[in-house]
Design a binder for this molecule. Structure first.
Ligand SMILES: Nc1nc2c(c(=O)[nH]1)N[C@@H](CN(C=O)c1ccc(C(=O)N[C@@H](CCC(=O)O)C(=O)O)cc1)CN2
Ligand SMILES: [Mg+2]
Length: 306
């Protein structure tokens, strides 16, 4: 039986459980987790994502601090703000929404964030921890993908996972996380030869290439589990529609399970951001982090954050 993996519903349940944990911290007068979000410029999609992050943080009982900077902001001003937030005791998680305008150098900005408050998990210290299987903050999109995979499959050991895309935000950390689950991992990208043949060998296919509906049903192994990370806006018949990197209609005839777009990975990204904020807060206050939070939310054996 084909399964449409309902990331939207699973993310809502996870956010509810995070909210319960936040109110537990607040009831005991321990701390109110605080999330600071920095947006540079006026990219319409980024504005929506930042608004959703702030709203969902408040709904979970967290404090939310939003900083909107002009598109032309000098790098030094952005770094000064990050430095101030690093020292602010009411802020436990900091993120800078990507993409950044061309005059701002992304890696310098990411490295300015205190690794303990880097709830995006983009700082080289957290990237390194994910790669060596150590403690640290895991990037939200691959963490959400892993949770959806474990919800669907429970045990990933021995599965051949093909990750399409090698970005620092999704492809590379996704490959590290799947290796930690004892998958056999292949990372493919724009220069990979015989891409279709490779995809057909995948028990697990994670598509993060940003090419609308590139992956058709005949690229997929029968019974595979497909995670679609793509968020592509396409114009059709005078309307804008959101589609993934996977052609859902043909893929659903072949795959066992697929995440839809919208309503799959995207909502999990923001739920995992709140989870990372809770984790960062607990760590900063030496409060035990409730390791079973995902299974509490979903009532199953799904992956726990690391
Ligand atoms: N600092 C960061 N920047 C960016 C990240 C990130 O994780 N950290 N990821 C993306 C954008 N992103 C979060 O920031 C994000 C993208 C999409 C969604 C989402 O819920 N999508 C919905 C559809 C929404 C729509 O209509 O556009 C869905 O898939 O159902 C959430 C978060 C790049 N930048
Ligand atoms: Mg690529």
């Amino acid at each position: 039986m084909f399964v449409r993996i309902d990331g939207k519903a699973l993310a809502a349940r996870l956010r509810e459980e995070i909210g319960r944990q936040v109110s537990r911290l607040r009831q005991h007068d321990l701390v109110t987790p605080g999330l600071a979000v920095i947006l540079v410029g006026e990219d319409p999609a980024s504005q929506v994502y930042v608004r959703n992050k702030a709203t969902q943080a408040r709904e979970a009982g967290m404090s939310s601090f939003e900083y909107r900077l002009a598109d032309s902001v000098p790098q030094t001003k952005l770094l000064d703000l990050i430095e101030r937030l690093n020292r602010d005791p009411e802020v436990h998680g900091i993120l800078v929404q990507l993409p950044l305008p061309p005059q701002v150098e992304e890696s310098g900005v990411i490295q300015a964030i205190d690794p303990g408050k880097d709830i995006d998990g983009f700082h080289p210290i957290n990237v390194g921890q994910v790669a060596i299987g150590g403690p640290g903050l895991v990037p939200c999109t691959p963490l959400g993908c892993l949770m959806l995979l474990k919800h669907q499959l429970v045990d990933l050991s021995g599965q051949h996972a093909v990750v399409l895309g090698r970005s620092n935000i999704v492809g590379k950390p996704m490959a590290s996380l799947l290796l930690r689950e004892d998958c056999t991992v292949t990372v493919a990208h724009s220069r990979t030869r015989q891409l279709e043949d490779l995809c057909r060998q995948a028990d697990i296919l994670v598509a993060a290439v940003g090419r609308p509906q590139l992956i058709k049903g005949d690229w997929i192994k029968p019974g595979a589990t497909v995670i679609d990370v793509g968020i592509n806006r396409v114009e059709a018949e005078g309307r804008t529609r959101l589609v993934g990197d996977v052609d859902f209609a043909t893929a659903s005839d072949v795959a066992a399970a697929i995440t839809p777009v919208p309503g799959g990975v995207g909502p999990m990204t923001i739920a995992c951001l709140l989870l990372n904020t809770l984790q960062a807060t607990c760590h900063q206050y030496d409060i035990p982090f409730p390791d079973d939070i995902v299974s509490r939310a979903w009532g199953d054996t799904t992956a726990e954050p690391t």
